[in-house]
Design a protein around this ligand. Sequence first.
Ligand code: SAH
Ligand code: AVI
Length: 322
Amino acid sequence: MNPQGVLHATRPAAPADDFAADVLAGLKAKPKALPPKYFYDLAGSALFERITRLPEYYPTRCEIGILQDQAPAIASMFPPGSALVEFGSGSSRKARILLSAAATVEAYVPVDISGDFLQQDLVQLKRDLPHLIVHPLVEDFTKPFALPPALAALPRVGFFPGSTIGNFEPEEARGFLRHIGAMLGPAALLVVGIDLVKDEATLVRAYNDAEGVTAKFNLNLLTRINRELGADFDVAAFRHSAFFNRALSRIEMHLVSGKRQRVRVNGATIEFGAGETIHTENSYKYTVESFQALARSAGWTPVKVFTDGMFGVHALRRTEDR
Ligand code: SAH
Ligand code: AVI
């Protein structure tokens, strides 16, 4: 514990070996693809924070608005003395809204792969809410990990905001919802924020901002691979592309090679054709009904949904095991 009362996040989340193996496998695959969880080194997390403040990127503003309006209603569903476990907490800006309205929450467990970033805002949170146990975990939430033993006796509430669940394939999202159901325990509550399907122009603008921050966020993945894996990507020879794939109800982000080129990555040579892409992210968009159907199929019962027509915040309760 540091002097400010925030427990230290200790483990490195993405061991370098995993990163190297995942990058090589992704670049050797046809079509080429990289997992979006690797966007979030320190620079990537800071770029994501900038994205959340862009005029075109409505999801953060909409979700924060819903949380501010509905925090008392959401907090009233929390069991007394609970632990709030947040998956992909980033700056913890949204949890702070719920925690400020839920005075009986005893512990906050922000889980994030981006260890350097995770710690930054927690000291101030602890100052503002001194009664709260703050126990950050640097973990890849797609892999099994243990909650702190000190929280074993507390009822758990899961929080998964930001539409991060939309970055999974629907089948992966179902598996993930099941996995966190088992982790949070019987009768757990889960609050999930998910972006809604809407007109194509609004969706496409949100991922093609005029300032080019989303492009920098996407291209930073290559900079990270160069730095951490000794690769020699000519970052200027790739460009950002984002479009809506309506058939699959997802925004796709790609990095497009501007020419035929060869890149050395960790001892391997990767060939690119002109116009060939690396698929770097999917951001699935759901209707209220399609998300509730997904949740039901993963062992969660929809209790309430709060929406402004642009974004949905779902409260789900773990379906009783029969
Ligand atoms: N919850 C915040 C941040 C969303 S951005 C918000 O709503 O604004 C997605 C966050 O999830 C980032 O902080 C990123 O580092 C984290 N993340 C992405 N994949 C992850 C993984 N596999 N394991 C843990 N954290 C992950
Ligand atoms: C974190 N995630 C939900 C964001 C999204 O909208 O898919 C990441 C992002 N990618 C581009 N802009 C924002």
